[in-house]
Design a protein around this ligand. Structure first.
Ligand code: PMP
Length: 423
């Protein structure tokens, strides 16, 4: 595979960008390929190589690259302008639409990234309760802001620096950690910090350690416990919102949090974050209340348009039915292949999300960290050589889109057999 242009671009990038990349997890070894264009489920790099994409922009692209309904909607919106600095009808329409799917988001605010949404949700929960402490789940990733960069998943786990330099201890001393799927630990944390915890923030399905599913009854138990303690429960559905189904993980598992954060798919591939929840909490947000939040790009018309077109398409086409079936079939096929090859790796996931763990299927962060990362890295390189692009980390989730067709999945399974065989 010829990669001369990508190699040269990376060398140039190293001079002007830390690590040569715009975000850490993109720093594939020995150098990343540089994408020139993307269409459907395929990426084409600067040297003309093609790849089947399972990264899908880290989740937003549930309809693939450049889906026609989204592209058309963006095109029309471009003719109306792309930044107003005033309110516009779109945001009212989209907020009402979102509330239909996430009724717990009685009021909401549109921001620009998922990280901003979780940062603002935590601030609102603190403002509302007058408490400082935050409980997060070990390995949970909620964006790259100070208070949550403790035992964080995604790139932070891959790099082996769960705590970032430059974050004063004072900023994280209010952040408590508990393991996922361990209700006793959650109970102990809330008991021993009585009347001090503002919120529990969690991904209902952990997606930044690879996908890790909640055990039966766990989310319900967290809901009951937080209610008992007067603690705001925030479900970070930046990945799972509109991914697991139209109603997110909260709809799938039938557990309603006090606040929800959305992003990724909700922006149809353009930058977005949304935080919302109970009226009495959201009424605390400025200008109605004293919790400050503001942004030049909040409620960006292009992002709202792309998000709305994506959501409408998913709903009208009932796209999740087929997509989630394809996900289930793919996970089964991978599991079957591993069994046939007598490899004791495991396949995890739900809906259209999956990951191959090089070790037993984990239930929490500590177990995920025991997987063989070095082997995953080798596997990743072989998959790439065989034309399949996976996220370059054991601790990320692979995403199927509606643009992946049967032939693409068959090509992927062939690449998988070759890559596992080569390990
Ligand atoms: N929450 C979760 C669950 C995420 O996976 C991510 C990013 N992958 C974020 C928040 C942060 O979103 P963004 O990158 O848009 O800031």
């Amino acid at each position: 595979m010829k990669l001369d242009t990508s190699r040269a671009l990376f060398e140039e990038a190293l001079q002007v960008m830390p690590g040569g990349v715009s975000s850490p997890v993109r720093a594939a070894k020995p150098f990343p390929f540089y994408t020139k264009s993307a269409k459907g489920c395929r990426l084409t790099d600067a040297d003309g190589n093609g790849y089947i994409d399972f990264c899908m922009g880290y989740g937003p692209l549930i309809l693939g690259h450049q889906p026609a309904p989204v592209k058309d909607a963006i095109g029309k919106q471009l003719d109306e302008g792309w930044l107003y600095g005033t309110p516009c009808e779109l945001e009212v329409r989209y907020a009402r639409k979102i509330r239909n799917y996430y009724p717990g988001m009685q009021m909401m605010r549109f921001v620009s990234t998922g990280g901003e949404a979780t940062m603002s949700a935590i601030r609102a929960a603190r403002g509302y309760t007058g408490r400082d402490k935050v409980v997060k789940i070990e390995g949970g990733f909620h964006g790259a802001h100070d208070g949550v960069l403790v035992k964080a998943g995604s790139g932070a786990a891959t790099m082996g620096v769960p705590d970032s330099l430059g974050v004063p201890k004072d900023f994280t001393k209010h952040t408590l950690q508990v393991p996922f799927n361990d209700i006793r630990a959650m109970e102990a944390a809330l008991e021993s910090n009585k009347d001090q915890v503002a919120c529990v923030i969690m991904e209902p399905v952990m997606c930044n350690m690879g996908p890790i599913l909640p055990k039966e009854g766990y989310l319900r138990a967290v809901r009951n416990l937080t209610k008992e303690h007067g603690v705001v429960l925030i479900f970070d559905e930046v990945v799972t919102g509109f991914r697991v189904g139209m109603f997110g993980a909260q709809g799938y598992f039938g557990v309603e949090p006090d606040m929800t954060t959305l992003g990724k798919i909700a922006g149809g591939g353009l930058p977005i974050g949304i935080f919302g929840g109970k009226k009495e909490i959201m009424e605390k947000v400025a200008p109605q209340g004293g919790v400050y939040q503001a942004g030049t790009f909040n409620g960006n018309p292009l992002s709202l348009t792309a998000g709305m077109a994506t959501v409408d398409y998913l709903d009208k086409q009932r796209a999740h039915i087929k997509l989630n079936e394809s996900g289930e079939a793919l996970r089964q096929a991978l599991t079957e292949l591993l069994k046939r090859m007598k490899l004791d790796y495991s396949v995890s996931g739900m809906a259209s999300m999956f990951q191959v763990f090089f070790g037993p299927k984990p239930e929490n962060y500590q177990q995920a960290l025991r997987c063989n990362k070095a082997l995953y890295d080798k596997f990743w390189s072989h998959m790439l050589e065989n034309g399949v692009f996976l996220p370059p980390s054991q601790f990320e989730t692979c995403f199927l889109s509606t643009a992946h067709e049967r032939g693409d999945v068959e090509d992927t399974l062939r690449a998988f057999i070759k890559s596992c065989g080569a390990l």
